[in-house]
Design a protein around this ligand. Structure first.
Ligand code: NAD
Ligand code: WQD
Length: 339
């Protein structure tokens, strides 16, 4: 089997490469390196002792995509490529809509031309908005509050509309909860540009001395300790979720949606405490006001993926904190930014 991974040099894509290569799947990556480095793939190759075909370029480039499909028997696509920062999406919405929507549309058009009908899409728990109850199942109502989230929901809608008329396709929408942690080797991990937006990379950068103290966005939520609760999923578990989703591609056509989460939520303070204990480090923090757009609690009901994909997250919060620190402490500046 040969798969094309768009955005495969990025955080989740690079971890997924490892899982696929370990299953002897041939991996072709297209990435414009706008938010990643080729070093991630070099390290994936050294971890697995297998080769990846890498094409540097943009998924919206039709001719480039045609050249990829023309060359090889691509059996399916995992579409990770996209811009992903919620705050930034409010600043540059057109770039988000252009990148995140046109990449999907272009891919689907070229896949059609080459009769490739297997498509896995990186969606997000952000499409559930502020859920009325918990845990979240896949049939919950969908709503979004920012351009990034809207691109995810619009992509889902595009894929649902497309499938209505192309029901010989096989489409899987994977709704990730909060991906965190790093490969246990410490060789690949999350390498955000600038100041991290997300909690765990912020904590690891405080721990390594790059940032002064953590700002905790609100302690007055309706949660046991007042701080926000999220479903943090180890990126290796998430990567294995993609390998598990391939089963759906093998059993005929369909459009399937799965939550990829652990089913358990942890608060910001629980994350800080666990990180400190596991790594024997003190994390300075202060409570500041809530971040606009944040919700109190969000965690998955992952039982559909457990049953239908035979997939379950196995790593716990301690593993997450250990592996995130292992990556950050061994790579204080992430990947070298040049190729
Ligand atoms: P990432 O930024 O590390 O990876 C995305 C990759 O896509 C990067 O390597 C980037 O260079 C590439 N890319 C972006 N636009 C491109 C384009 N037009 N052509 C080619 N390459 C392009 O992000 P990630 O955390 O690995 O996320 C992967 C996917 O999962 C994204 O679609 C993201 O929206 C989604 N997702 C991420 C999270 C999260 O918290 N990390 C949560 C839910 C969903
Ligand atoms: C987690 C908790 C914050 C940073 C985002 C996107 C979502 C998805 C995953 C892509 C919250 C608190 C955070 C900090 C803090 N991405 N926090 N101080 O907001 O759940 O989800 O990433 O699809 O779409 O919205 O993740 O890691 O930013 O925040 O107190 O410096 O940590 O308030 O409770 P979030 P996060």
């Amino acid at each position: 089997m040969k798969l094309l991974l768009t955005g495969g040099a990025g955080y989740i894509g690079s971890h997924t490469c490892i899982e696929l290569l370990n299953l002897d799947i041939d991996v072709v990556v297209i990435d414009n390196l706008s938010n990643s480095s080729y070093h991630s793939l070099e390290r994936v190759q050294s971890i697995t002792d297998k080769n990846i075909t890498f094409i540097e370029g943009d998924v919206r480039d039709k001719e480039l995509l045609r050249s990829i499909f023309r060359q090889g028997d691509i059996d399916g696509v995992i579409h990770f490529a996209g811009l992903k920062a919620v705050g930034e999406s409010n600043e540059i919405p057109l770039q988000y809509y252009d990148n995140n929507l046109n990449s999907t549309i272009t891919l689907l058009q070229i896949m059609e031309e080459y009769d490739c009908r297997n498509f896995i899409f990186s969606s997000s728990a952000t499409v559930y908005g502020n859920p009325e109850k918990l845990p979240i199942t896949e049939d919950f109502p969908l709503s979004v509050t920012n351009p990034y989230g809207r691109t995810k929901l619009m992509n889902e809608d595009i894929l649902r509309d497309f499938y209505k008329v192309k029901n010989n396709w096989n489409i899987v929408l994977l709704r990730y909860f909060n991906p965190v942690g790093a490969h246990p080797s410490g060789l690949i991990g999350e390498d955000p540009n600038g100041i991290p937006n997300n909690l765990l990379p912020y904590i690891t950068q405080v721990a390594v001395g790059k940032l002064g103290k953590l700002n905790i966005f609100g302690d007055d939520y309706d949660t046991p300790d007042g701080t926000g609760i999220r479903d943090y999923i180890h990126v290796v578990d998430l990567a294995k979720g993609h390998a598990a989703a391939l089963q759906k591609l093998k059993i005929g056509s369909g459009l399937n949606i799965f939550n990829l989460g652990t089913g358990r939520g942890y608060s910001v303070l629980e994350m800080v405490d666990t990180f400190s204990k596991v790594n024997n480090l003190k994390i300075d923090y202060q409570i500041v006001s809530r971040r606009e757009g944040d919700i109190a609690s969000c965690y998955a009901d992952p039982s559909k993926a457990n049953k239908e994909l035979n997939w379950k997250a196995i790593y716990g919060l301690e593993d997450i904190c250990r592996d995130a620190w292992n990556w950050q402490s061994n790579n204080p500046n992430g990947y070298k930014k040049t190729r």
